[in-house]
Ligand binder design. Structure first.
Ligand code: NDP
Length: 599
């Protein structure tokens, strides 16, 4: 049923979804994008912190963590709490923050509620100011964690690891960096994140553009004026600006650009689904009432249970993510128990999705005044095929007279010239092109990390994972003693709130390392049997809809290309995130660390 009470023609909708997908499928998949190397390398320069010279390190430390984003911060904090003092974080940016260090575009804001998204709120005593906090507050929170847990003391900023090698004789990792460091570490952990290598579309002529251009993850406030806190971008008042891409980043920055530019041209290949946001300030009195001991853990567990189909009596967060699951559950409950089969449940999921997407499309009609623009802003795919977006000013921006949607009917921008951007043979002359074209996702972990791990017997991580990722809990890898990976895959795989995965991994790793140190063990390694058994268990997972061939292309489904058998391994615990978090808590607190060999 539609919001207006009419019945949805499911067959027609499915046909429309497939037609729209087919327009966008292209044989080059991920290869359509280009890396920011060579003539594009200047796009990667750090606009925030000057690089300072320092002496190379040649010492030995207890734990090295690669990546100073949430993963490094929460693992570092848990290690310090456990009494492991000697923790060195290596970070390519000029400060902590990871994605929040780089992405300072106007309007950057968390899309998952701050109360569960911002890690270690209870430990730091910080009350988020808004239901969905803005970037500067999140970046400041990263610094707060860094300061409170003494993580700045030995951090190496503006430093990239170039080589990481296991020395079995000494039971040490040998670390080399682009700053000439050459030191050893007993343990190494990596949290390099999935979305940190910006990419550009492979559009002909990009380097011929004579105006100014930058990628959203390196916002150039010197050019635009304004600042990350939302000060108006005065320098754009006389400028014609193009933004290429309409994903989650563009959805957040377009309203700010629309207000600032003389004219803004938004080049769209696929519209995002944009649901309501409903942000509001957090009331300190309310916060004081709910922030009783253990509050954030309770909120995390509640969000995860509500969002991922678990059982919870109430919904503390009440946002777009939990609503998706709430709807599916409500719909499934209408099926008599005896008739609940995987088929009927999947059909209920599809029905609830159709209804939600019809609502989202109806919202476009309700908000956007120009009919043709409204039609072009409608997303024709199931909600989880692409990253769902939530915003209360994005669609509205298209009602401003200076904002123009240039829809490319799924084809993308044709060409960039010296003067501007070409679509369907029409050139749009502009002063500036902003690339909101996203980040590398479908490429190998080691390619994105920028180094390859060399483990026992000279085996590289890329070789070991050539046929697909293999771990215990997404953390431990056979043949790579004393190394830990911090990321969601093969663990909870909770995509709607990545920090929950990271804080749990941080806790697990800290307890494991502490156990080794307290008991005089030199090496920790997952046994072959434990890793094999874990991977076998994971492969019983039915698979995610995002991988469905029916979805429109995007990074969720490897740009619509067959990801091959390797992708089968990119899954989470079959019983879901809540069950995984319960399982891993039991696993680490028993103190036996089943499946790990301590030597
Ligand atoms: P995305 O990869 O989601 O978006 C890239 C955009 O560029 C898409 O709209 C894509 O179109 C478009 N594009 C690519 N090539 C062309 C072309 N040739 N012509 C025209 N358009 C083109 O990147 P984002 O930076 O928006 O977001 C990446 C991820 O970062 C998000 O999915 C989310 O996980 C995370 N993020 C999180 C936020 C938060 O939590 N607050 C905020 C912002 C981002 P098409 O869709 O057709 O491929």
């Amino acid at each position: 049923m539609r919001p207006d009470g009419t019945v949805i023609d499911k067959a027609a909708l499915r046909r429309k979804y497939l037609e729209e997908r087919d327009k966008r499928l292209r044989p080059d998949g991920n290869d359509q994008y280009q890396r920011l190397t060579g003539r594009f390398a200047h796009y990667l320069a750090d606009p925030h912190t000057p690089r300072t010279e320092r002496e190379p390190r040649t010492d030995d430390c207890t734990v090295v963590f690669i990546g100073g984003g949430f993963a490094g911060l929460v693992t570092g904090a848990r290690l310090k709490e456990a009494g492991v003092e000697d923790v060195r974080i290596i970070e390519k940016g000029g400060d902590f923050g990871g994605t929040w260090y780089w992405n300072r575009y106007p309007g950057a804001q968390c899309d998952t509620a701050s109360m569960v998204y911002m890690p270690l709120l209870e430990e730091t005593g910080h009350m988020p100011t808004e239901k969905y906090a803005h970037g500067p507050e999140i970046l400041e929170h990263c610094r707060r964690i860094g300061k409170q847990f003494g993580l700045y003391e030995d951090a190496l900023f503006h430093t990239e690891v170039t080589d990481l090698r296991w020395d079995g004789q000494r039971a040490r990792w040998v670390v080399r960096t682009d700053r000439g460091d050459h030191f050893t570490a007993r343990f190494v952990a990596m949290g390099t994140g999935p979305l940190h290598v910006p990419k550009l579309p492979g559009i002909p002529g990009i380097d011929s553009f004579a105006g100014h251009s930058f990628h959203t993850s390196r916002w150039d406030y010197d050019y635009t004026g304004g600042d990350p806190s939302g000060a108006p971008m005065d320098e754009l008042a006389d400028k014609r600006v193009a933004i290429i891409g309409t994903g989650a980043t563009a959805v957040q920055c377009v309203p700010h650009l629309a207000r600032a530019c003389r004219e803004l041209f938004v080049f769209q290949r696929t519209p995002s689904s944009v649901d309501t946001r409903g942000n509001h300030p957090i009331d300190p009195e309310w916060f004081e009432r709910i922030a009783t001991p253990g509050w954030q853990q309770r909120w995390l567990e509640n969000f995860t249970a509500n969002q991922s189909g678990g059982a919870a009596d109430e919904d503390l967060v009440m946002d777009g993510w939990t609503e998706i699951a709430r709807r599916v559950r409500a719909r499934a409950r209408t099926i008599p128990k005896a008739e609940r089969t995987p088929m009927t449940l999947l059909a209920a999921f599809e029905d609830s999705d159709h209804e939600k997407m019809e609502e989202i499309r109806a919202r476009v009609d309700a908000v956007v005044t120009d009919r043709a623009t409204a039609e072009n802003l409608k997303a024709w795919y199931r909600q989880l095929c692409k990253r769902p977006c939530f915003h209360d000013e994005y669609l509205q921006a298209f009602n401003l007279p200076g904002t123009h949607l240039v829809d490319t009917d799924g084809k993308g921008v044709e060409r960039v010239t010296e003067n501007g951007v070409v679509v369907a043979g029409t050139e749009y002359p502009v002063d500036c092109i902003i690339y909101a074209s996203g980040f590398e996702v479908g490429t190998a972990y080691t390619r994105r990390a920028g180094y390859d791990l060399t483990g026992r017997d000279g085996v590289r991580l890329s070789e070991y994972w050539a046929d697909g990722m293999r771990t215990l809990h997404g953390i431990h890898v056979r043949g790579f003693p004393n190394a830990f990976v911090v990321q969601p895959t093969q663990g909870a795989n909770l995509i709607s709130n990545i920090p929950h995965n990271l804080t749990e991994s941080g806790r697990t790793i800290a307890m494991t390392i502490k156990h080794a140190l307290d008991n005089g063990f030199d090496e920790i390694e997952v046994s072959q049997e434990a890793e094999d058994a874990w991977v076998a268990l994971l492969l019983t997972e039915p698979g995610l809809m995002g991988r469905s061939p029916d979805c429109t292309p995007g990074y969720y489904n490897n740009e619509g290309q067959d990801s091959g058998p390797r992708a089968l391994f990119n899954v989470g615990y079959p019983q879901g995130p809540s069950a995984f978090f319960r399982y891993i808590d039991r696993w680490r607190t028993t103190g036996t660390f089943d499946g790990l060999e301590f030597r």
